[in-house]
Write a protein that binds this ligand. Structure first.
Ligand code: PLP
Length: 461
């Protein structure tokens, strides 16, 4: 008698032409170029431990240059101020500063880091909704541009500048309603008169403030350039109001939010998927520079256009190499592998379908037999899924995998949740250099104290 295997329900997935390409081509063939750039992931894991973040210096520099060139426009000064919070590894910031980037910081801690890396105050843009009086005083003295978030901060800035007797270089963060999920939490509202009211207060502060900039940042991973065209209209209109009051703004700061090469999960993407290949940033540059160059007078004839990209610069330059630690066949769902890196190191896996690739060419050549596999992390959490469905060749225990595009918000938002965080290496002209060592037990528990009355007999902590 023929022994029948139990019935397993097929897993249905919507395959659009783009997602077909996503599963069949990018997951497998992109591994080739990934490996060209960082060398042998398996050898790196052997040397530095698994998992391991890997930065390609060549790619980071190339991303910066492509971004800067895309946003260069006649009659406008372009300033690219790198958003530190996206990834403030000192080596990353240093590479971008070598390329000419300014620093965009959102806390005193980031400000201090930028200064310690040799960035002059005049090339720091200080954003964010909370700046302490001592931090404001330092930024005023060092001539950083301070973009004010709210009226309380404006009062504080006027008072700190007044006490110092130094005019604070001041910008105003502006928000406006645009669609259902507008970022109106930050800045002064343009629609209800708040922004113009702030201009009046700035005017009244006289020499305590030097008003220079209008700023907007309306979201992150924006897939539609139209919001930047709207931001340009709004900032230009407010700049004209400012000029009407005798103020002289020269800087239009459009914040960050430009997409990277990552792919949003279909649930968060536009229908059919947003594009992220070739010159996909060009429409964003056009949406901003087009209106700005037509309204140059509002910003004193030769406007300075500031852009604060984060993910568009660093996402693709980083990969995370990890190791298969177990394999499973899950009832009703199919095959899965467990790897030693999860959403503790790639929190963006909640939003993106990160590329997951076999790490060696040998594995890639076995790709003909590739099949869909779920990739789970090592955390004791149901949501710890790196990818619901990657197309991978047969995996052995110990096989390395490479997760791509993990440069933005993965390291700064990584968690010490049940696992120490990994080392980071830079692959560059000097070969492989460790730019952050792996965390040790004392990095995690060194700050903790047990009151004597709670200490167990024989405890060594
Ligand atoms: C004020 C500001 N500028 C720039 C950025 C960088 O954004 P992104 O990484 O989406 O380019 C952020 C991030 O949210 C931000 O809050």
């Amino acid at each position: 008698m023929v022994k029948r295997l139990p019935y397993v329900a097929p897993k249905l997935e919507l395959i659009t032409p783009r997602s077909m390409q996503k599963h069949r081509m990018v997951d497998i063939t992109s591994a080739d170029s990934a490996l060209d750039d960082i060398g042998d992931a398996r050898a790196l894991l052997d040397e530095f431990g698994s998992p391991l973040y890997i930065l390609s210096e060549k790619m980071l520099r190339a991303q910066y240059r492509a971004f800067r060139d895309t946003f260069t426009a006649p009659g406008i000064n372009t300033v690219v101020a790198y958003s530190y919070k996206t990834n403030y590894l000192p080596a990353v910031c240093s590479i971008l500063h070598q390329e000419g980037a300014w620093a965009e910081v959102v806390s005193g801690m980031e400000y201090d880091l930028a200064r310690s890396l040799g960035v002059p105050g005049s090339k720091i843009i200080f954003n964010g909704p909370y700046k302490r009086p001592d931090e404001l005083a330092r930024a005023i003295k060092e001539e950083a541009l301070i973009n004010v978030d709210n009226f309380d901060e404006l009062d504080l800035l006027i008072s700190v500048a007044g006490n110092l007797g130094i005019a604070a270089r001041t910008g105003l963060r502006i928000n406006f309603q645009y669609g259902r999920q507008s970022w109106t939490k930050f800045g002064m509202n343009a629609d209800n008169g708040e922004a113009v009211e702030a201009l009046h207060r700035i005017k009244k502060a006289g020499r305590k403030l030097r008003f220079e900039a209008l700023h907007n940042h309306s979201g992150t991973f924006q897939v539609n350039p139209d919001i930047y065209a709207r931001a340009a209209q709004v900032l230009i209109a407010i700049a004209k109001s400012a000029r009407g009051l005798g103020l002289s703004p020269t800087i239009a700061d459009f914040g960050g939010g430009y997409p990277s090469n990552n792919r949003l999960k279909p649930a968060f993407d536009v229908p059919g998927g947003s594009g992220s290949s070739g010159q996909f940033l060009a429409p964003f540059a056009e949406a901003i520079a087009g209106p700005l160059s037509k309204a140059r007078k509002a910003f004193g004839e030769r406007p300075t256009m500031v852009l604060e990209p984060g993910r568009a610069l660093v996402d693709t330059a980083f990969r995370l190499a990890c190791t298969v630690v177990a394999r499973k066949n899950i009832a009703g769902q199919g095959e899965a592998v467990i790897v030693d890196a999860g959403v503790n190191l790639v929190p963006t896996a909640y939003w993106y379908d990160h590329g997951v690739n076999a790490a060696s060419n040998k594995d890639i050549h076995a790709a003909l037999g590739a099949k869909p596999v779920a990739v789970f992390g090592p955390l004791c959490m149901q949501v710890d899924i790196l990818r619901e469905r990657a197309v991978l060749p047969a995996m052995s225990l110990g096989s390395p995998l490479v997760i791509s595009n993990v440069g933005a918000y993965c390291i700064t938002q990584s968690m010490q949740f049940i696992q120490p965080r990994p080392a980071v290496v830079l692959v560059g002209p000097n070969g492989v250099e460790e730019i952050r060592r792996r965390e040790t037990r004392s990095d995690i528990f060194g700050m903790d104290r047990i009151p004597a009355r709670l200490r167990a007999k024989g405890a060594k902590f």
